[in-house]
Write a protein that binds this ligand. Structure first.
Ligand code: GEK
Length: 241
């Protein structure tokens, strides 16, 4: 795994964050060292792949990056005739996902779609994964996407929604941010790297509050939803149709 040093030197120009080849090259290390609950969310995806995915249904991973969640689900699916669909708007990510899937060997079919998750069709789904991707969709488009996911899920089907969040109370938000930055320091990111990554994500990653996420799921018509995991300003929810 190549170490993420993208923001380590002032030589790299400051610009808005993009999921380009340079990011793909270090992505596994970057997400592991930056997102406190990432590993647990993949473990939960595996559990859901086993418990929620039923025969002749689809599993969608929207914003699939290199396919880590797709592969976590795929390796736990016991149901038959299941198709997994991964969608991402970064061609470099999808090329890497294809390599990982091919290397994983036999298992349920995986289709990879190059596209915007805000436009994607979802149908006959038993599981939909939005693992740290809704945060990159512009806020006015989020409700419609969640409604489309809800409508494309079969009764009893599940959505795993993981997001970076912000707290509505500024005093609490400041603590969450500081605790997350401590997490990054412990993972050997420097002050410069932390500050430059923060600046590059400004207006690219736009976090909701937990209450906003819950209200979005209500408006989308999910019958039941709740938080199953939170650490600092990262949270993961489950929602059922
Ligand atoms: C994982 N889920 O490993 N349409 C399609 N893809 C998008 C869009 C969009 N509108 N916006 C962003 N992306 C993964 C991790 S990373 C999270 C997800 C992070 C894609 C983008 O190209 C990238 O691959 C992914 O969403 C976000 O479980 O880097 O913080």
């Amino acid at each position: 795994m190549k170490k993420d040093t993208l923001f380590a030197t002032a030589a790299t120009p400051d610009r808005p964050f993009e999921f380009n080849q340079a990011v793909v090259d270090v992505f596994a290390d970057m997400i592991d060292r930056s997102v406190p609950i990432y590993r647990q969310t993949l473990e939960m995806v595996g559990w859901l792949g086993n418990r929620v995915v039923s025969d002749s249904t689809r599993v969608y991973d929207l914003g699939c990056s290199e396919g880590a969640a797709l592969l976590a689900a795929r390796s736990h699916v016991n149901a038959s005739n299941v198709t997994l669909v991964g969608v991402d708007s970064s061609a470099a990510m999808l090329a890497s996902a294809r390599r990982h899937i091919d290397a994983a060997g036999a298992g349920p079919a995986v289709e990879l779609v190059d596209g915007d998750i805000a436009d994607v069709d979802v149908s006959h789904a038993s599981l939909v994964i939005l693992n740290f991707t809704l945060q990159f969709v512009t806020p006015p488009r989020r409700d419609a996407l969640l409604r489309r996911i809800r409508d494309g899920l079969l009764p009893g089907g599940a959505l795993l929604l993981s997001e970076k969040i912000h707290a509505s109370a500024p005093q609490v938000d400041a603590v969450l941010i500081e605790r997350h930055e401590d997490f990054k320091r412990r993972n050997a990111y420097s002050e410069l790297e932390i500050a430059r990554k923060r600046a590059s994500l400004d207006n690219v990653l736009i976090p909701d509050t937990p209450a906003e996420l819950a209200a979005r799921l209500d408006r989308a018509g999910f019958g039941a939803h709740g938080v199953w995991l939170q650490e600092h300003n990262f949270l993961s929810m489950l929602a059922f149709r």
